[in-house]
Design a protein around this ligand. Structure first.
Ligand code: HEC
Ligand code: HEC
Length: 190
């Protein structure tokens, strides 16, 4: 499982609060995280390899938000978007564009919006589970998102499944378009 990214190690640390996308968001749902780990540990062996491959195909959620938002916000502040109605995100992003000093290109709005939707999954999952989505077909992704929406307390509504599936489409296609290593902005102190 070691892949040089360090996530393989972090994944095993019992009782650790999952630090969402490492630096971007900390939302502690310790009980759910433990349940996820138990379930994932019980998955068939072939999946471990799949997970390693998935870890090599990051969706760039961390990079895009680091580059465009973390100059002004702490990861925790970005975490508040998880409870916002997805319909309100475009207006939020337009407002962010208008703040002096913001560097949020309009042609990246779709991708940033998609990254914010995928943050919802990171309440309960690390990069590796989320990376598994890259290996799934679109119908499989829809099915997984529907399963997640049916989990009590997931915060994902049935009527959001299509939107979140499209967010994955956007990020997966975007990952093909752009090199994985985007320099991150310096984290903000507020
Ligand atoms: C140039 C600085 C700057 C950048 C870059 C920036 N913001 Fe903001 N953000 C602000 C300021 C100032 C406020 C408070 C005023 C407001 O809500 O518009 C704010 C408020 C917010 C809020 C709280 C809004 C609410 O209704 O409670 C969220 C969520 C947010 N930003 C998300 C983001 C996201 C996501 C990005 C990256 C796409 C981002 N911001 C980029 C300056 C910035
Ligand atoms: C409230 C916590 C929670 C949230 C939010 C959540 N999940 Fe899950 N996820 C779980 C649990 C628990 C399991 C294991 C049980 C299961 O498979 O139903 C799981 C399993 C998975 C699996 C492995 C099983 C499979 O179908 O391949 C994937 C992939 C996954 N989730 C992706 C996602 C995605 C993508 C999102 C965001 C749309 C998401 N999860 C949101 C709790 C969550």
């Amino acid at each position: 499982m070691m892949n040089g990214s360090g996530f393989g190690v972090g994944f095993r640390i019992v009782g650790t609060v999952i630090v969402l996308l490492n630096l971007l968001l900390t939302v502690a749902l310790v009980m759910q995280v433990r349940a996820v780990r138990r379930e994932i540990a019980a998955l068939p062996a072939g999946l471990a390899e799949k997970r390693d491959v998935a870890a090599l195909a990051p969706l760039g959620v961390r990079q895009v938000l680091s580059r465009r938002c973390v100059a002004c916000h702490t990861p925790r502040a970005l975490g508040t978007t998880v409870s916002m109605d997805p319909a309100d995100l475009p207006a939020l992003l337009e407002r962010m564009q208008s703040h002096p000093g913001a560097d949020i290109p309009s042609d990246e709005l779709r991708r940033i919006g998609a990254a914010l939707l995928v943050l919802r999954c990171a309440r309960c999952h690390g990069d590796q589970e989320i990376g598994l989505m890259v290996l799934k077909s679109r119908p499989q992704r829809m099915a997984t998102i529907r399963d997640m929406a049916l989990l009590p307390g997931s915060g994902i509504r049935i009527d959001q499944i299509g939107l979140i599936a499209s967010a994955f489409d956007e990020l997966i296609e975007g990952a093909d378009r752009e090199p994985a290593s985007i320099p991150a902005a310096q984290p903000a102190t507020r």
